[in-house]
Design a binder for this molecule. Sequence first.
Ligand code: CO
Ligand code: ZN
Length: 329
Amino acid sequence: MKTLIKRLVETWGPSGREEAVRQLVQAEIEDHVDSMTISPMGGLHAIVNPGGGTKLMLAAHMDEIGIIISHIDQEGFTRFHPLGGVNLETCVGHRVRFEDGTMAVIGVEQRSERKKPPRLENLYLDFGVSSAQDCPVKVGDMGAFDRSFIALGDRLVAKSMDDRIGVAILIETLRQMKRPQHEVQFAFTVQEEVGLRGAGPAAFGLDPDLAIAVDVTLTGDTPRGVKMAVVLGGGPAIKVRDKRMISDPRIVDLMVSRAEEAGIPHQFEVLQRGSTDAAAIQLTRAGVPAGCLSIPCRYIHTPSEMVDMNDVEKAVNLLLEILSKSINI
Ligand code: CO
Ligand code: ZN
């Protein structure tokens, strides 16, 4: 699974440009599903056992945070807007990759308030050129951050664990699961980082009876970190609430019961900032019972997002438990 994770996190796919990730996922799952379609917005929907009773949707987003070129000056320096919640504190000196492999580094202007984090208007991209004519990108081109995958023991670090780790968990679940009694809908969604835009239409099309998103969440286990009960390595976290949703208590209970029966360690997540595809799915059509299985992750939206492999494996185990038994909600 580590090899799969490395390939997924190193694939280029800022919000709205998920094609390369989608192709990788398609190739990994095509032998294991009954049908596979590409949604009008570019998401990938794979179904196992269509027509088989309860329709359970599992969702993970393929996109990662990135940038979009907004202006090019005469010296060939460009300005950019963030795609999603880019952390400006970690931008300076960072490298950005474009679809064709073009690279740039992020620089910062001289500022009077040097102790404060830079503001967006202070930052620029340097492509190593001296004129607008030589600048290899144009306004509207999108970039993603560039950083290779590393493993620190059981802890895996990459620029796009959010949410390629969720994508990897769905793929692994798909491969390991036995023929389910339910219709299981695997939705690899788009444009989550720019406001949960892909998941709602995906759920509208799939019309599930219940849904679980798999995404990352913050932890409270770093020096002077946020006061939060989630720790790395403590097992997957069952979301109870975040900024945009209250998880359906029936979905919370479903996850807790299956975890307890199988002796899978788990934690409860109450997140003050941020949300996931589950929030958008929940508000689709007449409403969908929805919840989220969260993977504890340090340093979210920085070049080095860190997860624990044990949490990842336990999340797969928990999803397999849910899929293998009857669901009455
Ligand atoms: Co995110
Ligand atoms: Zn995410």
